[in-house]
Design a protein around this ligand. Structure first.
Ligand code: FAD
Length: 472
């Protein structure tokens, strides 16, 4: 620990009290490795402020002593953005004690939640007033509102409601000089120049510490219908989505699942059954929902799928008969990564290309990767309607335990080159963090990197906010 760090910890302890400063290595240890367990850091302390004023004090101390801070929510991020550096040169700034929902208004359709509120807690609270916060994802039991905003997270309902960028009405944050930006008024119209809120969303903690967020709510769901559909290929899946969208506004989720991913789930995950008799090379999981109790969303989806079947868009389809079956269908989708991990080593890429190009891109990319790296198995699954696929390369025939370390970087570069040539993004929803920083630097257009560096320098000239992340 440096002298500056020791001094900062001492002064922070005087201000935050015993709950606000953690220095026991056993209590720090669970928070210094990323969620995937691939990046390990160290930190001499975790600072855990409980109010915006305490965050201001901590940030001012960090600036005074030139000590870097790594903001952290639930530590479920996929790019190791919340993992401190290995040399102990930064302190963790845990936002988990700032966990109050300050207000929840069905009239304003707004919730104001502090950064450390867990997503599932917000879901429950909104439900309590007949409303809904429509962003959801697998980590909802541990990820926080501050982390979701800072990574501009997406999830399974982006098709209808967008990513955090569209669901955040305003942000309260402590900037690196200790000043407070307060954008919580939730104004629908506010054209006073640059949007500081939008700069902070997706900034991965490099421009300031988000302390609270105003979130848009929608009416609670009255009913949902979930269907499992077999299709010939990704192009047919996209045609089906467009067919449905032209006839109803109730489609919220549309997930593409190749048969080989489904087979792995059926092989490795207990209590799973194939929804359709007979295999289809590609499957789609569809969720339709309505807030209108008079609308029979199940009957509507059934009618539309019957028409799609008749016109040859769909090979087979089944509607979940009840909530338990709907959950069982979603379990098949949500278990793909776990099933792949059980099968063997996997290199995950969270990529996007323009939606209309995705079907061809996917088929071609799988073939090119498998040709370039004989023995591997490539697949893509996920949010087809957003042009966002989780493109995973599995070790396949390679059983060497160091396959990932040996070949991982080369395979990732190959995939990233294909994505860039296809006009896409090497990070659709997981951010850059530290894991994708080198690839971002290699592939991003110079203008983008220049703008990012200029913004970072303007906000954080001392470089105390999450250094080594996002900005190359
Ligand atoms: C099972 C699982 C499923 C997932 N599914 C999806 C998915 O479908 N879609 C998707 O987009 N993501 C998904 N994710 C990843 C997703 O990014 C995170 O779940 C979430 O956005 C991160 O929240 P967190 O509180 O855990 O943030 P952390 O992991 O703690 O932090 C993430 C980044 O935000 C910064 N940060 C955190 N809090 C603050 C703050 N208050 N102020 C400033 N910076 C802050 C950190 O420094 C870091 O750079 C998934 C993760 C898991 C484990």
């Amino acid at each position: 620990m440096t002298e500056a760090e020791a001094l900062l910890i001492e002064q922070a302890a005087a201000r935050l009290g015993p709950k606000g400063v953690i220095t026991d290595p056993r209590d720090i240890e669970p928070w210094v490795t990323d969620w995937r367990g691939r990046v390990h850091g160290t930190a001499p302390a975790i600072l855990a402020p409980a109010s915006t004023e305490e965050v201001v004090d901590v940030v001012k101390l960090a600036a005074e002593h030139r000590v870097a801070l790594v903001p952290q929510g639930g530590n479920t991020g996929m790019a190791a953005g919340a993992t401190p550096p290995a040399d102990g040169s930064a302190l963790l700034l845990s936002m988990r004690r700032m966990n109050r929902i300050r207000s929840l208004s069905a009239d304003n359709r707004l919730a104001i939640a502090e950064a450390g509120v867990v997503l599932a807690t917000l879901h429950d609270a909104a439900d309590g007033v007949g409303m809904r916060f429509p962003l959801t994802l697998g980590a909802r039991g541990s990820c926080t509102i501050g982390g979701l905003a800072s990574t501009n997270a997406g999830g399974t309902q982006v098709l209808k409601f967008g990513t955090m960028r569209s669901l955040v009405a305003g942000v309260e944050a402590v900037l690196p000089d200790g000043s407070i930006h307060n954008g919580l008024s939730g104004l629908k119209k506010d054209n006073r120049g640059y949007s500081i809120d939008q700069l902070l969303i997706g900034a991965e903690g490099t421009l300031g510490v988000i302390t609270a967020v105003a979130l848009r709510l929608v009416p609670a769901i009255a009913a949902r219908a979930v269907a499992w559909v077999g299709v010939a290929d990704p192009a047919a899946a996209l045609d089906l989505l467009r067919f449905l969208e032209a006839r109803t506004s109730s489609i919220e989720g549309f997930e593409l699942i190749p048969q080989q991913s489904l087979d792995l789930v059926l092989k490795h995950i207990p209590d799973t059954r194939p929804p359709l008799t007979g295999a289809h090379e590609w499957n789609v999981l569809i969720e339709a929902a309505t807030s209108d109790p008079q609308t029979d969303v199940g009957a509507e989806l059934e009618r539309l799928l019957a028409a799609a079947l008749q016109s040859g868009l769909v090979s087979d389809a089944t509607l979940a008969a009840n909530e338990a079956q709907a959950e069982a269908f979603w379990k098949l989708r949500d278990s793909i990564s776990e099933a792949e991990r059980t099968e063997g080593q996997t290199i995950a890429h969270d990529i996007s290309v323009p939606v209309g190009d995705m079907p061809t891109f996917l088929i071609d990319a799988v073939a090119e990767v498998e040709r370039a790296f004989p023995g591997v198995q490539a697949t893509g699954f996920g949010h087809l309607g957003d042009g966002n696929i989780h493109f995973h390369v599995r070790a396949g025939g390679h059983s060497a335990p160091d396959w990932y370390e040996r070949d991982g970087a080369e395979i990732t570069r190959f995939v990233d080159d294909l994505v860039t040539a296809g006009g896409g993004s090497i990070s659709a929803e997981h951010g850059i963090g530290q894991l994708k920083r080198a690839e971002f630097a290699r592939l991003a257009p110079p203008g983008r990197i220049h703008a990012l560096r200029a913004i970072k320098q303007a906000f954080d000239p001392l470089g105390i906010m999450n250094p080594g992340k996002l900005v190359p």
